[in-house]
Design a protein around this ligand. Structure first.
Ligand code: HEM
Ligand SMILES: *[C@@H]1O[C@H](CO)[C@@H](O)[C@H](O)[C@H]1NC(C)=O
Ligand SMILES: *[C@@H]1O[C@H](CO)[C@@H](O)[C@H](O)[C@H]1NC(C)=O
Ligand SMILES: *[C@@H]1O[C@H](CO)[C@@H](O)[C@H](O)[C@H]1NC(C)=O
Length: 520
């Protein structure tokens, strides 16, 4: 009896710890890496994600405030400021805080004044899925903002693996009236030396504005106009350029001389001056020379400041060749087909007419196949993209690999979802799912189970979270060497849902339900 009690207490403790950071079991790391690469690279045209376009040009406002482009806001600057306010309350030695989107729950705090918190979280809720956490998307947002504002996207390597906080974290973001010592102490707690702190602040304040609506003690209402409703005043003469203009203006006393946090008549509000001056202006002088490299380094360090429980992936780099949107189909007779898209990212070597590929099973490598002709093209920060679609019967069960242009992609034809035979009915919030398993692995095992990873809104933050919905799938027919299963369920939201199926110890690759048939 006592034994049992101890066990359940332990389970309770572990569950409680697990509540603080929501991990998403069952999502393959590679699927998250592929998704981040997609968001980073596919910026315009065919199969693109409307993320980079929100901060290009850099001055653009893509948030949700009623005044739109007259609001006096800049999305690129909001995203960079979001990362700062989110990360700076980290306690490195305790292994808590950092880039975890806890800021989404903290927008009402005095230290987080402004619409940047809700704007950023609401924007990311549109692209959020189980494949890429909100916190990972914040890091993507910073890199895309840097790129949109004239910086180098390649200089800040992105990694996946951050988990999203499910509640607010501690406060402690330094503000304009915070004295130098506690400001440096807060950054030190988050792992930043004084020099790194000065660099990070001045790199950040190369973008965007200080607003009358947030800081009426520092900016007066003469800044407000019909096209600047929140009354924003730039820190430097180029608020839509990530450049050393602000540092040069500070050192030379020209233009805004470094901006309101240097020159405010209220000496207590001169937080930028206190920092910049604290080492005799040395860091600022160095920065005005090495701006790009230094800012990339401190931004990277900021984005990779994560809770101790997080293990980040290796850097995710743009892929020259990629296969994506892979789906499997099975005929009544049990013949399996694989379909998908090849993507080529290029700058100088023009795309071929078609892509050649093979599939590999224990019985050997297939004959060389050719894709269909080009199906679409797109634009990218890293070149141009060209897409081809393909569909091919594979030797099943047993095919393990798709091989093309020196790249390979794993195929699991032992258990897989059937997107062309599955369906999303948005008006009924209904998902109908069909899946197949090689009959050889079904012996003695009961029903198949599907997991749907459904993004839902949550109290306290405009960011979404994932709820997992499990549903049993029933056998409904046999097709050749496969047994087919089906089920349906109502969910809270059908957008950006990811699905996978499990049978005993076998599990399918995860699939976006956007690849299912859509509509009744
Ligand atoms: C002691 C440290 C800091 C203080 C006291 C401070 C203070 C401020 C203040 C008062 C604003 C005006 C916000 C508004 O009215 O909308 C602001 C804006 C901004 N801050 Fe900082 N900041 C600090 C550090 C940083 C850091 C480290 C970064 C980024 C790496 C950063 C990035 C930004 C950006 C991009 C904006 C413009 C936001 C916009 O235009 O919406 N700041 N900061
Ligand atoms: C640093 O630069 C500012 C602005 O040019 C100037 O006011 C200040 O005196 C300088 N500090 C030192 C220690 O030289
Ligand atoms: C490549 O992309 C650029 C924009 O990034 C576009 O202007 C150009 O037309 C594209 N070239 C081709 C061959 O598609
Ligand atoms: C079923 O498997 C057998 C042997 O594993 C194979 O010979 C046969 O072609 C398969 N049937 C189908 C429809 O693929």
């Amino acid at each position: 009896m006592a034994h049992k009690f101890c066990t359940s207490t332990l389970v309770f403790v572990l569950t409680f710890v697990g509540l603080v950071l929501a991990d998403i079991p069952g999502i393959e790391r590679q699927a998250s890496i592929d998704e981040l690469e997609h968001f980073l690279v596919d910026n315009g045209g065919y199969n693109s994600v409307p993320f980079a376009s929100a901060v290009s040009p850099c001055a653009k406002y893509s948030g949700f405030a009623a005044g739109g482009s007259n609001q006096g806001e800049q999305t690129s600057a909001q995203w960079v400021r979001f990362a700062f306010h989110d990360f700076v309350t980290a306690d490195l030695s305790a292994g808590t805080g950092g880039l975890d989107a806890s800021l989404g729950f903290e927008g009402a705090r005095d230290e987080n004044k402004g619409i940047f918190v809700d704007d950023t979280m609401q924007f990311i809720s549109q692209t959020f899925s189980a494949l890429l956490s909100t916190a990972d998307q914040v890091t993507l947002a910073v890199v895309l903002a840097v790129a949109g504002c004239g910086g180098n996207a390649r200089a800040i390597p992105l990694r996946v693996g951050r988990t999203d906080a499910t509640q607010a974290g501690p406060s402690g973001v330094p503000g304009p009236f915070t004295p130098l010592e506690p400001t440096l102490a807060q950054f030190a707690k988050a792992g930043f030396s004084a020099t790194e702190t000065i660099a990070l602040v001045s790199c950040g304040h190369s973008l965007g504005r200080i607003h009358f609506s947030n800081f009426p003690d520092i900016v007066d209402n003469s800044a407000v106009s019909a096209t600047n409703l929140n009354g924003g005043i730039g820190f430097d003469s180029t608020p839509a350029g990530l450049d050393p203009a602000g540092m040069n203006e500070y050192l030379s006393g020209t233009n805004g001389r470094g901006g309101p946090l240097v020159t405010s008549p209220n000496v207590d509000a001169r937080s930028d001056f206190r920092l910049f001056n604290s080492d005799g202006n040395q860091t600022i002088r160095d920065l005005s020379v090495n701006f790009g490299r230094t800012c990339s380094a401190v931004f990277t360090k900021m984005l990779n400041t994560v809770p101790g429980s997080v293990s980040l992936s290796a850097p995710v780099t743009p892929q020259t060749w990629k296969v994506t949107n892979i789906i499997m189909h099975i005929s009544n007779g049990g013949s399996v087909r694989v379909e998908g898209l090849f993507r080529y990212l290029w700058t100088t070597v023009a795309p071929p007419q078609k892509v050649t590929y093979t599939t590999i099973s224990p019985r050997g490598t297939s004959a060389t196949h050719r894709s269909n002709s080009v199906i679409g093209t797109g634009t990218s920060l890293f070149g141009n993209t060209t897409y081809w679609d393909f569909a091919r019967a594979i030797d099943s069960p047993g095919t393990t690999t798709l091989s093309f242009e020196g790249a390979t992609y794993p195929i699991n034809d032992m258990i897989f979802i059937l997107p062309t035979q599955s369906r999303v009915e948005p008006d009924k919030l209904l998902i109908r799912i069909k899946a197949a398993a090689a009959t050889s692995i079904t012996a003695g095992i009961g029903d198949m189970e599907a997991t749907l990873y459904v993004p839902v809104s949550q109290a306290g933050s405009k960011a979404f979270k994932i709820t997992t919905v499990k549903l049993p799938l029933k056998k409904f027919t046999v097709a050749g060497n496969y047994t087919l299963y089906e089920g349906k369920i109502n969910v809270a939201n059908v957008k950006n849902v990811v699905a996978k199926v499990v049978l005993g110890s076998s599990e399918s690759q995860s699939v976006k339900t956007s690849l299912f048939k859509q509509g009744a």
